[in-house]
Write a protein that binds this ligand. Structure first.
Ligand SMILES: *Cc1c(COP(=O)(O)O)cnc(C)c1O
Length: 383
């Protein structure tokens, strides 16, 4: 039996292809969620399947005490896509990538005369489900007493200006999602982020971006920090990087750890690293040929159209690239739309209290977009 930690819907799938999934009765669903932004190449992608299969027939796992060539290759690739040298650590999830960032920041804090250790995040943020990343998450509802006590020295404030005002003696780093994913689709303001980055740089403190959800071309660039014209000291990635294979990555401009400081049994093994390389190669191609930008434009237009069609239901569209949300006028409609969409066989996500969230596969095609929005329109009409 399974633990009851998830609010599951009574539906499961047996196979998929591109942005279509088939349930156990053989009914097709259009996938505007890709897990939660995980299946960046959709389902049953030929090249990714071939890469994984080939790797399984060669070598899946050794240990991080040995050299792992695809891991080194993936690190170099990420560094190249970021446009400047970064040191990489590979984990298996977003929370673990953030745990690595926390440890890097705490160790970096030793370099000051009086050790600095406090990390500040934003209200409405989400950074993971481990005990430390729960506390890092800037929403009180994620710190219930059930799991207390929590680790110390994590603070959150509700605006970038407030964060800047509250950088104190003990502060070592500020971590933000450039586009908040769980707390409503909320792209932060570019000028504010640039100001924050500048202030932190002047104080020799670390600027960390959690790009677990918004990274890996989700917002149209490899890293969302590129869109914001900032060079974070540390960036974390996960969801879309393995196309469905579990992998997390923490990229740091400084090489802070010494041997023994951190580790992971599975992190960056042959399977995960080779999947990551394949995903990035494919996405890089889509970006270079202009295909990704065309898809973004099409999808965005369809979303704007939904807002125009249902002005009583939606307030506005929010988001960047293929990380989008439709903000509802009445939060009560969130679960209703989620369920109606399921009935009409199109998969969407919820975000925050009042936002319908869209994280489709980045290679979703014209036909799938058209079909998905047709179903969504019917679902909303049927409210
Ligand atoms: C999903 C998410 C995480 C946690 O990732 P897991 O792989 O579930 O541990 C952390 N930060 C952000 C921004 C996320 O969206």
């Amino acid at each position: 039996m399974l633990m009851q930690n998830y609010a599951r819907v009574g539906l499961g799938f047996k196979c998929g292809k591109g942005s279509v999934l088939w349930d156990l009765n053989g009914e097709d669903y259009i996938d505007f969620a890709s897990g939660i932004g995980v299946c960046s190449l959709g389902h049953a992608h030929k090249k990714l399947a071939k890469t994984i299969s080939k790797q399984a027939h060669t070598l899946l796992h050794t240990s991080n005490i040995y050299k792992i060539k695809p891991q080194e290759e993936l690190a170099d690739k990420i560094s190249r896509l970021l446009g400047s040298p970064y040191y990489l650590f590979f984990a298996n999830s977003g929370a673990e990538a953030n745990e690595c960032a926390i440890k890097l920041a705490r160790k970096y804090g030793n370099s000051f005369e009086n050790k600095k250790y406090e990390i500040i995040t934003l209200g409405n943020s989400f950074h993971g489900r481990t005990i430390a990343t729960l506390k890092l998450t800037g929403q009180e509802k994620f710190h219930p007493n059930d799991f207390a006590p929590y680790p110390d020295a994590f603070k959150f404030f509700n605006s970038i200006d407030e964060i800047i005002e509250n950088i104190g003696e003990n502060t070592v780093a500020v971590m933000v999602e450039l586009v908040q994913g769980e707390g409503g689709i909320n792209p932060l303001k570019k000028e504010e982020i640039q100001k924050l980055a500048k202030v932190l740089k002047e104080k020799n403190l670390l600027f960390i971006t959690d790009e677990v959800q918004c990274g890996i071309y989700r917002t149209g660039e490899f890293a969302t920090s590129k869109l914001y014209d900032v060079e974070p000291d540390i960036i974390t990635f996960a969801k879309g990087l393995g196309g469905g294979v579990a992998i997390g990555a923490c990229a740091s401009r400084q090489d802070i750890f010494k041997p023994g400081d951190h580790g992971s049994t599975f992190g960056g093994n042959f399977l995960a690293s080779s999947a990551g390389i394949c995903v990035l190669n494919e996405l890089e191609k889509m970006k270079k040929t202009g295909k990704l930008d065309i898809t973004i434009a099409k999808f965005t237009k369809k979303l704007d159209n939904i807002v125009d069609l249902f002005p009583d239901i939606f307030e506005k569209r929010v988001g960047l690239g293929l990380m989008q949300g439709l903000v509802l006028k009445d939060p009560q409609n969130l679960s209703k739309i989620f369920n109606k969409a399921l009935e009409h066989r199109v998969l969407v996500l919820k975000s925050g209290k009042n936002t319908v969230r869209f994280l489709p596969p980045l290679n979703i095609n014209k036909k799938e977009i058209k079909q998905g929005f047709k179903r969504l329109e019917m679902a909303i009409s049927d409210l």
